[in-house]
Design a protein around this ligand. Sequence first.
Ligand code: NAD
Length: 327
Amino acid sequence: RKLGIALVGLGQYAGGQLAPALKETEACYLAGIVTGSPNKARQWKRQYNIPDGNIYNYDNFDSIKDNPDIDIVYVVLPNALHAEYVVRAAKAGKHVICEKPMAITVEECDRMIAACKEAGKMLSIGYRLHFEPHNLQMKQLGQNKVYGEIKKIKAYNGMGDAQGWRLDKKLAGGGPLMDVGIYCVQGVRYTSGREPIAVTAKEGPKTDPVKFASVEQSLTWQMEFADGMIAECRTSYSEEMNLLRAEAERGWFELSPAYPYSGIRGKTSDGPMKLPQVNQQARQMDDFAIAVRSDRPTPVPGEMGRQDVKILQAIYKAMETGQRVEI
Ligand code: NAD
């Protein structure tokens, strides 16, 4: 049986990526929606053939517990709302996928993990690149030390068109670091298979102090590892950047661009990577549905999301204090 997914929050990512991907999945399908907008409910009902009984709003969301069509709730709301809806989904007895960043504080992550554990339900984070062949190749080359020990990783991710809640610290938890810089933290972690022990960070200049009144416009940071490896990272809401590059004892390997939904390209010191483009979101959701069905762990669990939030918080602390912050 295909598992039923309900999307919570029908914004750009849910509408532009997840719903189309759910037409290509084999182990799950779009069974329901949760939205505050009656207009969107009507439109999605028509477009995706969703029965009235599987359409919820934020007030009656908890009654989803009585709906056997919905196995998995996928939270695609602004970052500061993730914790509340993941906890409510778990209490309603549903397995949960939560978008990145998992939440805006580590304490929220702890509550989310505890709620899912208590309900006996699985929790995964929307880390689609763990199902993308080029990023998996970086992990394989790095973690298996194919080019020897990695000495340095460069990870840059920036975009120029952030608006709305992404510029509001209360809803986003921070600026580009929370939204796109998180891919750099992830990339460094899965390429090296190691955890940073300390960070330093420096905020970039605000060329538009009105737009960036409550969040950073750009940020550079460095992560240190126990074996001497260094990661140099950058993120921005005013500069397009997209790189994941590892320099090792006997060669290098890199993706540029590294993090988009499609068009990822890879090279090593031996030549181009020849790997297929895939529907990342379809693979990610199918993997979770299969994990739920077969009761095996997800490769992108809540604990992984929590560790990233912990590192992001340390980076902000380093940025604010100018000090090296141990993790
Ligand atoms: P969006 O602004 O397009 O959508 C957010 C949705 O939440 C909207 O439909 C909005 O109506 C709804 N919403 C409900 N309560 C709200 C409130 N109080 N304030 C504002 N909006 C509210 O954003 P998005 O780009 O779809 O991002 C949603 C989540 O998905 C974020 O956590 C983001 O980080 C994540 N995301 C992940 C990826 C990825 O590649 N994994 C890509 C894009 C976004």
